[in-house]
Design a protein around this ligand. Structure first.
Ligand code: GAR
Length: 189
């Protein structure tokens, strides 16, 4: 049995989609959804889906004792799905190549501090990009700079608003993120 934990700071639609994808899979289990934001919608989703969830604050996250968090017990992969805090060094060291993130753009473009969610899509539209996409990558000490595992692209039309781009990005995320997670878990067997 492989176990993953999902970190999310906001809505958690990716977290829910990943949960749905693995719900019939006896070999892969989600320990729960964990968030730094007590108002995050991902907590409502966890409740509705009847899965474990937890909230932590910055002090908890910066302490190495966080490694003993019940939702991190026997974890094979940490999945960041719309998680907005920088991952502390001790956590990266404890899970080498076992923390992955999804970014809603084609890194290295539109990455780095402050580049998340709508900020990314607003910038893509403002710069009249003809395409954008998603990047799934390993997490290292620098925001959005870990080795790239997978990218997928989608066209941006001249008439697309940032909200149109969000919809296209979510479609790509929902299609590919669970499959890439599954692939990584099977490769590490
Ligand atoms: C996703 O589009 C994800 O790629 C992005 O936040 C959104 C979360 O949506 N992540 C970042 O911007 C990280 N820098 P969700 O909460 O509905 O899954």
């Amino acid at each position: 049995m492989k176990r993953i934990v999902i970190f999310a700071s906001g809505s958690g639609s990716n977290a829910e989609n990943i949960h749905h994808y693995f719900s019939e899979n006896d070999a892969i289990e989600i320990s729960g959804f964990i968030t730094n934001n007590k108002k995050a919608k991902v907590l409502e989703r966890a409740k509705r889906l009847e899965i474990e969830s937890a909230v932590f604050n910055r002090a908890d996250f910066l302490e190495e004792a966080f490694l003993k968090h019940p939702l991190l017990k026997n974890i094979d992969l940490i999945v960041l799905a719309g998680f907005l805090w920088k991952v502390p060094d001790y956590l990266i060291a404890a899970y080498p190549n076992k923390i992955i993130n999804i970014h809603p753009a084609l890194l290295p473009k539109y990455g780095g501090k402050g580049m998340y969610g709508m900020n990314v899509h607003n910038a893509v539209v403002e710069n009249k990009e003809s395409e954008t996409g998603i990047t799934i990558h390993f997490v290292n000490k620098n925001y959005d700079e870990g080795a790239i595992i997978f990218q997928a692209t989608t066209p941006v039309l001249k008439t697309d608003t940032p909200d149109d781009v969000v919809a296209k990005i979510h479609e790509l995320e929902f299609e590919h993120f669970p499959k890439i997670i599954e692939k990584i878990l099977l490769e590490n067997e």
